[in-house]
Design a protein around this ligand. Sequence first.
Ligand SMILES: [Zn+2]
Ligand SMILES: [Zn+2]
Length: 377
Amino acid sequence: MATLTSRCAVVSPTPRSPVKILPFEVGPPPADSIHVEVIQAGICGTDPHLWKGDLELRAPIVLGHEGIGKVASMHPTVITDHAGQPLHEGDIVYWTAVRPCHKCYYCTVLDDECGCPSNGFMHNYDALVRAKEGTWATYTQYATLGPRNSFYRVSPNVPPEAYIALGCALPTVIQATSRLRKGHIEPHSTVVVQGCGAVGLAALMMAKLSGCLKVVVIDQNPVRLAKAKDFGADACINLDEIPDMGERAKRITQVVGERGVDLAIECSGHPSAIREGLALLTRNGTYLLIGTWAGKAEVLFDPFIVVNKALHIQGSTYCAPRDYYRASKVVEQNWQRFPLASCVTHKFRLDETQLGLETVISGAAVKAVIEPNRKDN
Ligand SMILES: [Zn+2]
Ligand SMILES: [Zn+2]
């Protein structure tokens, strides 16, 4: 295969500077690698943070770590995906844009690929241009996936929107719930989900799939709350309608019953949610923290209730390749039970990337995606 020219969306270290659409060249896929024509790249909540400068960048980077695409070409050493499923050109794949090394203490002993010192999804644009080996980032026409970017073949009969709808959020929630004491959300438990962006919707879906008794969702974005209702939330509480924490607790008790909340899942990313999450829990309850990923904060809470209610507090960072595989199977089995595809409310061309980021910041979208190879690009 001759050299391929692709375009990608690049964010510079200067906060809110215009997103640039820049070219790069890539040769044939290196050993154990494939080229993928990106169908959809999900705009994750992290991407606007990177553009706004909430997370410091040292160099221009190619954006995007959520992608679904079509295999365009393969090195002859690749005959299967990373789950051993046969792979051919034209197959649809879902991949992880993080790159654990699979040979360090965290990867091989602790089963914690997010602790891997070589991990990370940011690809320096200048290095990409120099190396001509392609990028694993997703806001690009062609991505190149090597042995460290696990890729999984998915069903061509499921709309790509259903896979990308919960992007990195569903694998993140799958890892987080696997870290609960029983390894999953317990059936017949009562659950509160704080925040219903993609992470919250994924938590809601996993709670419903677990057979939990009741699940209540809290947010203040009416578009997302309406989607949570469609996903089967037993109650959706709008913070603007019930601004008082005590009143919200009463409303939640009405729904879940006097015994209280067994599991609270923090998916809002707001430190202000922590006090309420702890207060809502019943004796032996668990607080699962997923959302407070980007940023720094200190929170006042009453440590006596943690002891007196024998609470369990569990954090979880992002996810591992195995969770992407599991997420692809959860979507394949449940995309018709849950309105996953309809979560994609906004689609943008590659050169509209900045508009896409601004739309996500505005709160208008449930899920926005970039379509880098759409005909009108
Ligand atoms: Zn993400
Ligand atoms: Zn490692």
